[in-house]
Structures are given as structure tokens and as C-alpha cells.
Design a binder for this molecule. Structure first.
Ligand code: ZN
Length: 334
């Protein structure tokens, strides 16, 4: 309904401002698909937006299911451009449930890239041509069950057994702060590289529990599936809330040089400062970097406690809205 209203509003505006209808306005105006007004951006809304984006932009993008959560939500991967492109970038967000504002930001960015497909980059080259050379693979919501718990509470989990177990876990009284999946495993402790190095929680909980073995969770396996499908030149993992870029985990040689270069590129676009070197701890970017030999930067958006309030949206959007475009331009020709 909101989108219909926005569409009618646009029509009215062109009549009021113009007084006369110009040729461009005779075409139906593009309606906004991803709504960025103040509300809670849910998994269901994201799925609905993916359907509409695919319908509107057809061959420019693909939506691929790379896994399913324990509570039967699909983990979606969006491929922008040519899947056979010689270069490829991987980007993910919402590995932690309460960090769902990053899913929203990536979804809006996907729409902006689609809308600007014909924008000239240099003479004779449009943005769409860039994605022929460098495809971008985006998993906007790695942990849809965790997002759902953070946004709607434990009752929103459909599976009765999962729900009953969740209520027994540490952190159940504050579901908005939920980071883990619906089994109480922190996906960002469940990757193989450095798994179990830092055990601070012994049982399933809202955060920090690493699981009974690495890659025990379907959300972790979804990311492994994405990396099994093709080699990525670089990867970006979005988290929140330190407003910083993490890139140094003690890697060496060419991997260190390439990651340092990527960190500079990310800093130039986003303006975030560098975080300190961090130890291997089963984190997503530990595995992408060391396990997959892929230069990876972890970006922490936001500056206050998660879930981030809407007042953080504007700054996050401004800092990150050009990142995919700029990285694709850089790596298409590297
Ligand atoms: Zn996180």
C-alpha cells in the first residue's frame, strides 16, 4: 500500500511541479521497491523485495537459494551481473541476528545498482558493463532465524521444539539482542579457522556459543556452499556496531598485501577507521581469509548498541552506499 501511495505521490508531484508533462514523465516512473522509511525490515519483506527486484530487473540479477535455516527460512544469495565474469566479489550481512540493518542497507544498494545499470562510468563503459567483468555475490541475510528472533521475539520461531529450547537459553529474556541462530549457535564462532579458541559460553545461548563442531549449522554451511561454487577475489563481511574496518588477523605474504590494499579501498569509500589486529576465533572472515585464501575485510557499521535504531540509518547508508559499485570498478580491471 505504501508503495502504491508513493507511486501516486510521484504522479501528483510531476503534475504539480511541471504543469506540463515532459516526455520522460510519460514513461511510468520507477517505483521504489526497498522501502527505507522508518520500520522494521524483516526477512519476509526482504524476500518480497527480492521477488520484485528480480521481476523488474530480470537478467541483470539472479536469486539463488544457498541453504535453509533450522526454522525453514531460505538463505538467499543475489548475483549481480554475469556469473561467469572473470572477477567476483562476495558480500554478506546479518550473520548476527540483531545486525539486520546491514541486510536492509545491502538490499537498498542492490536496487540502486539495478536502477543505475546504464550510468556511464568512463567513456563508452556503463555500470552494467562493469558487472560483466566483475560479478557481485551478496548474501544479505545469512541468519534469517536470528534476525526474526531479534525483531519479533522467540514466539516468531515456527518450530515448536526450537522455540521451547530457545526459551531455556541464556539471553532469552532479551530477544532483541539475539545474535545466534535458532539453535543458540553463534554463526560467527562456528567457522573452522580458529574454531573453539575462545570458549566463553558452554551451552547454546543468544551469543558466543561456537556449536559442537565447526560448520555444524546450516547457515555456516550456506556460506561454505557459496564459496564452493566459485573463487572470490575479495570478500566483505558486514557486522555492527563499532564503526570500524577489521582486516588484520596475522595473515602473511600476498594475502596480507591484498587485504591491506582492500582495507585502504574500503576506508576511502566508507571513511571508517581501522580496528586492531584480532585473533583467530572461528569467525566468518577468519575462514574466508585463511581457509579460502580470500582477502576479506570485516566492516562494523553503527556506533550504538544493536539492534541499531533508525537514527543510525542515514549515516550507515551514506558511508556504504557506493561501496559495491566502487569495489566492482576497481576489481573489474585489477
Ligand atoms: Zn556481528
Amino acid at each position: 500500500m505504501k508503495k502504491v501511495k508513493a507511486f501516486l505521490g510521484l504522479c501528483m508531484l510531476s503534475i504539480i511541479i511541471g504543469g506540463r508533462v515532459q516526455a520522460k514523465e510519460l514513461n511510468l516512473p520507477e517505483t521504489e521497491i526497498v522501502d527505507v522509511t522508518n520500520h522494521v525490515y524483516t526477512y519476509m519483506e526482504m524476500e518480497c523485495d527480492l521477488v520484485q527486484l528480480k521481476e523488474q530487473y530480470k537478467d541483470k540479477m539472479a536469486c539463488i537459494p544457498i541453504g535453509a535455516s533450522l526454522d525453514s527460512r531460505t538463505v538467499w544469495e543475489v548475483v549481480i551481473g554475469n556469473p561467469q565474469a572473470p572477477k567476483a566479489i562476495f558480500i554478506e550481512a546479518a550473520v548476527h541476528g540483531r545486525e539486520w540493518m546491514n541486510s536492509w542497507m545491502l538490499m537498498k544498494q542492490i536496487e540502486e545498482l539495478m536502477k543505475n545499470w546504464e550510468t556511464p562510468i568512463v567513456e563508452g563503459v556503463e555500470l552494467g558493463d562493469i558487472f560483466e567483468q566483475c560479478a557481485v555475490y551478496i548474501v544479505p541475510m545469512v541468519n534469517p532465524d536470528g534476525v526474526t528472533i531479534s525483531q519479533c521475539g522467540i514466539d516468531a520461531i515456527q518450530n515448536e521444539l526450537l522455540r521451547a529450547n530457545l526459551y531455556q537459553m541464556k539471553g532469552a529474556s532479551k530477544p532483541a539482542r539475539w545474535k545466534a541462530n535458532a539453535a543458540g549457535v553463534d554463526i560467527n564462532r562456528n567457522f573452522m579457522t580458529g574454531w573453539g579458541n575462545k570458549r566463553c559460553v558452554k551451552a547454546p545461548a543468544s551469543e558466543f556459543y561456537e556449536g559442537i563442531f565447526s560448520f555444524s549449522e546450516p547457515e555456516t554451511m550456506a556460506i561454505a556452499n557459496a564459496f564452493a561454487q566459485r573463487k572470490f577475489d575479495i570478500a566483505i563481511s558486514y557486522h555492527s556496531m563499532e564503526g570500524a574496518i577489521y582486516w588484520n588477523i596475522g595473515q602473511s605474504g600476498e594475502l596480507l598485501d591484498k587485504t591491506a590494499a582492500l582495507a585502504v579501498e574500503v576506508k576511502q569509500v566508507t571513511g571508517y577507521s581501522y580496528g586492531e589486529q584480532s585473533p583467530l576465533n572461528g569467525l566468518d572472515y577468519n575462514w574466508m581469509m585463511i581457509g579460502q585464501n580470500t582477502p576479506t575485510v570485516l566492516i562494523e557499521t553503527g556506533t550504538v548498541a544493536c539492534p541499531l535504531p533508525y537514527s543510525q540509518w542515514q549515516e550507515i547508508w551514506i558511508r556504504n552506499k557506493d561501496l559495491i559499485k566502487q569495489l566492482a570498478i576497481i576489481y573489474a580491471t585489477k
